[in-house]
Design a protein around this ligand. Sequence first.
Ligand SMILES: Nc1ncnc2c1ncn2[C@@H]1O[C@H](COP(=O)(O)OP(=O)(O)OP(=O)(O)O)[C@@H](O)[C@H]1O
Length: 560
Amino acid sequence: MSQPLPAEAARARALLSATARDGRRRMARPVLLGLASIACGLAQAWFMARLLTGLLGHGEAAWSDLAAAGALALLAIGLGVAQERAQADAGAAARAGLRRRAFARLLALGPSDTRPAGERATLVVDRIEALDGYFARWLPAAVLAALGPLLIALVVAFEDPLSGVILLAAGGLVPVGMAVTGIGAAMASRRQFDALQALSGRFLDRMRGLPQIVLFGRQESEAQALGAAAEELRGRTMKVLRVAFLSGLNLEVIAAAVLGCLAWRHGNLLVGGHPNPQAALFCLLMVPGFFAPLRAFSAAYHERMSAQGAAAALAPLLQDEAVPEAGLQLAEMPPSVVVTFEQVGLTYDPARGPALADLSFRVLPGEALVLAGPSGSGKSSVLRLLMGFNRPDQGRIALNGRDATSLKPSELRRLSAYVGQKAHLFRDTIRANIALARPEASEAEILAAARAARVTDFTDALPEGLDTLVGEGGYGLSGGQAQRVAMARAFLRNAPLVLLDEPTAHLDPGTEADVLESLRRLCAGRTAIIATHSPALRARFSRVLEMEGGRATPARLAGE
Ligand SMILES: Nc1ncnc2c1ncn2[C@@H]1O[C@H](COP(=O)(O)OP(=O)(O)OP(=O)(O)O)[C@@H](O)[C@H]1O
């Protein structure tokens, strides 16, 4: 991503405003605390001015003024801490809400989302993290930068109108200077984001393939490439800091000029004997307080730019979430399913031609259809259609005579149990990994599924049995054992349709024979569709549909 396009920028702004609206009560708290802190600062300056006037011999210096100024200073510190906390809470709540939505959306999209894994991780982690500053710092700072200086200038004008006018004029100049530096800040922070996304995407990708990198002795070159990406990020981060420093400098120049003007104004008056030295001191003391909200605003300015870049990346993911999943719900789970494909066609990418064309077959309950054929012939695509991850663009898929596309994709998935090439095991116990298929299943049902898939054959020998922890990606289990856990999930799911995608692809002949036995039991009495290259698997089931280029090869269709 480079600069967001106008449409993207509009979507990003809409996302930020909607999130701010949703959390407005939480976001109002830091603003109210900030205003209380400014009021406290005004009262403190008033007592300090009285005290200093007395010390300079223009009146009585009272201890009570010192005590009041000290108490107000303590109160201001307390309000400042409370404001920080309220800001952090507002940011955390906004991030948590967005992260929940983004995560739910990624889960809903499932495999139909073509974004690389690194990019999806960056969206949910880094992009949302980058929005923190917008809600926690930028929004309260923007409101306080408008209200705080105005309040101070009005109070100062009440004491000395010309001083109030000087402050108001300076306050008007600040946004002009910031707009100039802000354009640079926007560009710099967008570029920094691109570099961050590239680095984190690359890092995640390489970490996942670490064994391959070590195996091919590519550590050195990968380390250099990561180093170059990190260096690029460093350079761009420094640029963001330089621009932020420049906008801060801009503010300091204006503040120094205002202080000079007020010193000139009240110094002139002093020459002739100042009519109200307390008011003069009050005006001078309020200069730092006047610029404090503007300084906070300037410091938070780049947060807005970063947030717009992050929101532009997030908006496309979240924009469809409000659209409810189209389709009907199952009235009840049918005990059996007849699957019919009638001249089904599917094209992922028109430039590459159809992945499936004119594909017709029927599978009855208790039958297993083996889809065979060379790589890329469309076997997995058939399974993807039946899982609702894609919709056919030609022909009709019927389940028990009813159009499958009339069902919600999630309902379609409820009908099936799936075992893929390589089971993904999460970092948890074997029991929890099996229970994933049906979290509400009882202990007895989980145990029965583990037995049916012969998981207990190897867990019985482990000290912690089914409670043995397995690592990310199933570390600690062999390929065959992991596949058995996947089959146990399918048994536990107890769905009428079984979809298997090369379930024995990575197994040696001995292990494959074991797994095949469990598979046969899994398919018994159900409707099964099995995509495979394995001759052993083909030999187990009588109906084979030979595919090539997305079409059935009728001459070799057995059992039809
Ligand atoms: N998400 C996708 N986007 C674009 N093209 C795709 C996508 N998924 C698959 N294809 C293409 O569709 C065709 C069929 O792919 P599919 O995965 O169904 O084949 P397959 O027979 O299961 O292959 P394999 O045996 O290697 O798993 C291939 O040409 C593939 O490149």
